[in-house]
Design a protein around this ligand. Sequence first.
Ligand SMILES: [Zn+2]
Length: 425
Amino acid sequence: MATIIPSAAQGRRIWLRVGTLLDGSSARPLHDAHIIYDRDQILFVGQDAPPRESLPPGRQAPDCDLADYTLLPGLIDAHTHLFLAGDELDLDKRSAYLNQAPDELLRQARARLEKLVRLGIIAVRDAGDKHGVGLALSRLHESSNRPLMPYVDSPGAAIHHQGRYGSFMAEPLRDCGAPYDCVAARVRAGADRIKLIATGIINFKKGAVTTEPQLTTDEIRQLVAAAKSFGKQTLAHASGDDGIERVIEGGVDSVEHGFFLRDDQLAKLRDRQIAWVPTFSPVQEQVDHADRMGWGAQIVANLRKILDQHAATLVKAHAMGVPVVAGSDSGSCGVAHGLGLLYELQLMERSGLSPLAVIHSATGAGSQRFAFKEEFGQIKPGYHSRFLLTRHSPLESVTNLAKEKVVVFDGSIFESNGPVDIEGL
Ligand SMILES: [Zn+2]
């Protein structure tokens, strides 16, 4: 469909009619819907013909009638680590990569940004690094001469305990003294939100989280209260039910990973409207590349069991009304930026969520929960003109989102008919 949709340059309003429109949060799609937008924002969305005053001057018919297309918001990846290259599986090469100077990490992360837009990712919530890459990209997004890039916000260095998991992306709590001072230091450094590493990670050999949680409930409470005093949200890495209990009771805004969540904890997430970002991809990648990782049959069986349990928990969580938000944990071993989110969505669908529920998790759910500084992720007047158009209905399967599509980004048109450049993601 090359060049069918005009670019919304120089104040020009574009009027499209589409066969199906998903607004990112409504339970029902709109059919034969109209959308009018310019470079800055969406101006009108509806099933009925638009009112005269919103029409482009002198126009009586849409610029394009796309009866066999579905329009949906551009995708939000709510958990990424932009300073890491996800597509690398070799552990020696991964640690060599991390040993580069921060400037070099930033240069390579910058090169990923335009590729993400072309894949349909219009915003990412970075989940932490101690090299300042996420913070630099967040500032870059706010600058007047920003390149073609998704919205980025970042917590900077996560907060953990000395000697425990997370030293590659976190700085120890004790380095700043009290929890309040630690949060204040992060905010001074430019953190958009505060990331806590509250637990360790899954021990694949044992198929469980075998270490004690890192942060105490009291520490989490103090860190959350400090973050709130600066108007910042808190996201918490937590797996294993003991650590998950602490972050829920500590009052965080989102539970990241959440492996081994219990049913009674799901009810608390629902009642307190704490978001859950399940991040299937990094664990699934360990199964997909088990030979390369050196995992034998027993470990693979453990991993599959964990993933099956996680899938069942996801279906329960969604049915109960827990705010589920999609995040890939891209940058993790084997989880490429952008492509990792598309895979994550497939894994959520494979778990038993409907395609529409999966789409909401990557669009409206994050848009509504995460207090981003700009409006995107929903198709509503006033929101950015950032959306996807595809002839391969994502309501049949979200795997269709990986097929060729048109990305409209601030009114400009990016088509992916051939292979997209995925080098270095
Ligand atoms: Zn992560």
